[in-house]
Write a protein that binds this ligand. Structure first.
Ligand code: ASP
Ligand code: MG
Length: 404
C-alpha cells in the first residue's frame, strides 16, 4: 500500500473556500493511486481564541481541561474536510486523537506522541476510505486528552508518516517553502529546493515560521522526508531530508538573523573553577535563554571578562540575578541592547575551507564591526549592531551566491 500523509495548516483550512481548495488537493493525490491519510490543524485563529477564553475563565486554568478545550478546533476542521470529501463522492470520516488512538506521554500542553495504533486506519484505507485525523492531540495513559506544543499538528503528521511507513509526508502551508533568508524582509531571496534536517533546525529563526522545530527533530530521528509547500499555488516546495541527499557543491544554504538580542558583559570576573556554572545556573533556573557565550583568557590568571547574549525582554531579570548572585564576584556589568546575531548555515562548510574568512571579509567590506563570533559544524554566527542587519544579510547573501 502506497501511503501518503497530507497535512494542512491553519491558513490552508482557514475558511470554507480554503477547505474546498484543500479537498481538491486531496482529490489530486487519490488519483495518483496513493492511499491518503489527511491530518489537519484548526482553522486559523481558532486555537488562539480558545486559549484566550481559558485565560478569561481563570489565570490558572487546569492543564488537562486546557487540552480538552484547545484541541477542539481540530475536531471542527477535520469534520468539515470529511464532510466536503463525502459531498464530492468520497468515502471519508474524521478521527479524533483518542479514537485512533494516538498515544502520548509527558505533561499536558506539551505531550509527545509515543505510539499510534494502526489497525482501524489501515482497515479503513483498504476499504477505500480517506481518514481525516486531528493534528495536535492525543490521549495519555490516564485516558485524558492531551495536546502537543503549539504548532504541534506538524509533529502529528510526521509521527503518522513514521508509524504508517508513508512514502511521503507533505506539509501544506501558506508559504511556498523555506527560503535562503526571510522573504518578508528581503527581495532577492530564493526558495531552497532541498535542505537537511540539521540546517533547517539551525535556521529555526526563519524556519520556525514554516514548521514547528520539535517536529523537524522528530523527522530527523525517524528519517522522514518532508515536503513543505503552499496550498494556494501549485508549485514545488522545499524538501527537508537527510544530509546525504544535499548536493555537495553548495556551501551555504541560508542566512538567518535575530532581532531582539542584548549583549551582557561581566568585567573583571574572579576566575576560579565553577565560576561559569555559578553564573549560568540561576539564569537557566529562571528560564532565561542564554545564547552566544564567550569567555576571555584571563591575562593574570585571576580575572576574566565574560560575554553572553539574551533576549531583550530578559534584561531586567538577568541583571537582578547577576547582581544578587553571592557565588560570583565581578567589577561591573555592561549591557548593550539592540544587537543581532547573523548566521550563515550550510552542511557544505564541513568540507569547504575558507568560509569563515569569506564571511568576515564580506562584513568588513561593509564596515560592519563583529562583536562576538561562535561556530558549529554547519553554522557560523556573528554578533553585530542591529542597525546593520539588512546590509549584513545582503552582503552575505551575495558573497555566497544565494540568489542564483
Ligand atoms: N492548532 C494548533 C495551534 O494553533 C496546532 C497547529 O496549528 O499545528 O497551535
Ligand atoms: Mg502551524
Amino acid at each position: 500500500m502506497k501511503i501518503i500523509v497530507l497535512k494542512f495548516g491553519g491558513t490552508s483550512v482557514g475558511s470554507i473556500e480554503r477547505i474546498k481548495k484543500a479537498v481538491s488537493i486531496i482529490q489530486r493525490y487519490t488519483k495518483k493511486k496513493y492511499k491518503v491519510i489527511v491530518v489537519s490543524s484548526a482553522m486559523s485563529g481558532v486555537t488562539n481564541d480558545l486559549v484566550r477564553k481559558s485565560q478569561k475563565i481563570s489565570k490558572n486554568f487546569n492543564a488537562s481541561e486546557y487540552d480538552v478545550l484547545v484541541s477542539s478546533g481540530e475536531q471542527i476542521s477535520c469534520a468539515l474536510i470529511s464532510g466536503r470529501l463525502n459531498h464530492i463522492g468520497y468515502n471519508s470520516r474524521s478521527w479524533l486523537g483518542w479514537q485512533v488512538p494516538i498515544i502520548t506521554e509527558g505533561d499536558h500542553k506539551k505531550s509527545r506522541i509515543t505510539k499510534i495504533f494502526k489497525n482501524k486506519i489501515i482497515k479503513y484505507l483498504k476499504s477505500g476510505g480517506i481518514p481525516v485525523i486531528t493534528g495536535f492531540q492525543g490521549i495519555n495513559s490516564a485516558e485524558r486528552i492531551t495536546t502537543l506544543e503549539r504548532g504541534g499538528s506538524d509533529a502529528s503528521a510526521i509521527m503518522l508518516a513514521k508509524f504508517f511507513n508513508a512514502e511521503k509526508c507533505i506539509i501544506f502551508t501558506d508559504v511556498e517553502g523555506v527560503y535562503t533568508t526571510d522573504p518578508n524582509t528581503f527581495k532577492k531571496v530564493k526558495k531552497i529546493d532541498k535542505i537537511s534536517y540539521e540546517e533547517m533546525l539551525e535556521m529555526a529563526s526563519l524556519g520556525a515560521k514554516v514548521m514547528q522545530p520539535a517536529s523537524i527533530q522528530d523527522a530527523r530521528l525517524n528519517r522522514i522526508n518532508i515536503e513543505v509547500k503552499s496550498s494556494f499555488k501549485s508549485k514545488p516546495g522545499t524538501l527537508i531530508t537527510k544530509k546525504k541527499n544535499i548536493s555537495a557543491n553548495r556551501i551555504i544554504t541560508g542566512v538567518s538573523f535575530t532581532k531582539n538580542d542584548t549583549k551582557i558583559t561581566l568585567i573583571g570576573v574572579v576566575d576560579k573553577p565553577g565560576v561559569a556554572a555559578s553564573i549560568f545556573e540561576p539564569l537557566s533556573m529562571n528560564a532565561i535563554n542564554v545564547d552566544m557565550v564567550v569567555q576571555n583568557v584571563s591575562a593574570d590568571g585571576r580575572q576574566t571578562d565574560l560575554t553572553f547574549t539574551i533576549k531583550n525582554e530578559d534584561i531586567k531579570k538577568t541583571e537582578k540575578l547577576l547582581r544578587n548572585n553571592k557565588k560570583i564576584k565581578f567589577q561591573k556589568i555592561l549591557i548593550k541592547r539592540n544587537v543581532s546575531k547573523i548566521s550563515i548555515i550550510g552542511v557544505g562548510m564541513i568540507t569547504t575551507p575558507g568560509v569563515t574568512y569569506r564571511m568576515f571579509k564580506a562584513l568588513s567590506k561593509q564596515n560592519i564591526n563583529i562583536q562576538v563570533i561562535s561556530t558549529s559544524e554547519i553554522k557560523i554566527s556573528v554578533l553585530i549592531d542591529k542597525q546593520h542587519i539588512k546590509k549584513a544579510v545582503k552582503a552575505l547573501h551575495k558573497e555566497f551566491e544565494l540568489e542564483k
